[in-house]
Design a protein around this ligand. Sequence first.
Ligand code: DMJ
Length: 594
Amino acid sequence: MASEAELRKRNTPKSTNADLKSEQKEQQPKAKPNAEGSRAQESALSSTAFIVLAVLGAAAVLVYLNPAVVTETVYEFFGFDTDAAPVEPTRAGFVADVEKRDAVKAAFRHAWLAYERDAMGDDEYHPISHKGTNLTEAGGIGYTVVDSIDTMLIMGLQDEYERARKWVAEKLTFEQDANFNTFETTIRVLGGLLSAYALTNDSLYLDKAVDLGDRIMPAFDTPARLPTSMVNLAQRKGVRAEDNKGLVSTAEISTLQLEFRYLAYLTDNDEYWDAVENVMRTIRSSSLTTGLASIFMNPEDGRFVLSAIRLGSRGDSYYEYLLKQYLQTNLTENVYQEMYNGAMDGVHGHLIKKGQYSGMTYTSELIPERNPRGEIQWRLMPKQDHLVCFFGGSLMLGAVTSGAVRHPVSIPPRPSELTPRGKRDWQTGVELIETCVQTHDTATGLAPEIVHFRIPSDNVVGSGVPQDWYIKGAEPWAPAPYDARYILRPETVESLFIAYRLTGDDKYRRYGWKIFQAIETHCRIESGGYASIINVDQVPVVHEDKMETFLMSETLKYLYLLFEDDSVLPLSEWVFNTEAHPLPIIDAARKANF
Ligand code: DMJ
């Protein structure tokens, strides 16, 4: 942070003195040799000079502290499309908010130390009963430890990190004869190991990642080469999930790519790359003409199965990884840009909606139904999962990369730096983030798991303008529905972090701080750890005895980075996997081959 003297120095713009002098020059010939008049004129002159200096000084302070506000004002004044192309991109002046950043770091320690005390090495933590559990009876696979390691490195928690590393070195084994979810194991454990390796260059993590990757690879042995939902790590065997008739989730099979591609890059073993690229090839050849993807596929024939289309569960990270694969290889694999652009056109054409009362931007789902004649019709369901809140930040990130005329763009981007698609996506991204922030307008200040938006057929009665969104089934006399929970999810703060990095607009930090304070007030367990709550609209809250691993891997990491200097993990050099594990942008010789 600049000292006051430094600020003052910077805030005395050169033009101010010059302007003042020319003003004085102009005034001199008009002055009458009358003493009183001359005193009056001198005093008028010095008040004018004072006002000019004060206004220019205030403007300079504003520009220095928050360039985005000024840029936005200028954009708004002249209209979004009227600016001239800059020769050089502009950049917001990011400074860490040390106090808030360190408050988040303290929260991480509060979570980690409780877990370490009560459950070190167990996959999951229950902070109220002070217990840990494993995902299977066979034993743990480092779900919480590995998911948390890179956050410790980023936060500079050296002692905690050393102990976690020791556990990985001495206790972590994947020789567990049980079925583990292919997607979750990849994004949390493989992603965590690869990120730890990228941040430290410590071969321990790469060796473990290779071991785990090799055990997951047999999951791809299906007729269509789409990975099974589960994998037995000791038997090295893919296992069809009993639920969903052996079908696979689109998001789950298309959210392994960053991890396996980076593993291939590090090891020069193209088999990892081929396995995940095959999945993308199959998806592309089976895709709907709208660019959208149904949430289930059949691993037998590689085709989409008639099922819902949404940006929430089972759909979300398909869209996220289209963009991130394009980012991972530094915008060189055009097929991902093409798929991403097609998907974003589909999303805008079919899923983006406006609330009927306050005009909030939200995303709907499409549900396939058969009409009485047996024809398929798609019904719009105005339901938005908390999970969808990653999408605002993702759209903004896509706008400044896939949707940019040239790279890098200014911070925030100037309209002339974005393509029409980029401008559209930026605008929708900004609006969706506002919507997600507004869904925190609850008794606790935390957003529910699922919100519904009102549509005209709801026939809302009563006076006044109702809020655009509501929690379905939430009635004062009834038990809280599933939708009303907050389970420490990261998606809104993830978007706030990205939006802040791309704009420098302090409002994103203010939103993030409010959410952090609500977590502190309602989810923090005094004896250690944080717990989910079962109803965001009930105070005092009722806790659920679970601390999801993504609190430490994602929620607190994104909050920390929101208040950190932007030289830490710049978005031009790192791409975050869907569990917030940063992986470097790579100059891979290998490119998409389809
Ligand atoms: C995380 O495990 C990942 O972000 C995943 O993509 C979906 N959501 C959870 C956190 O909400």
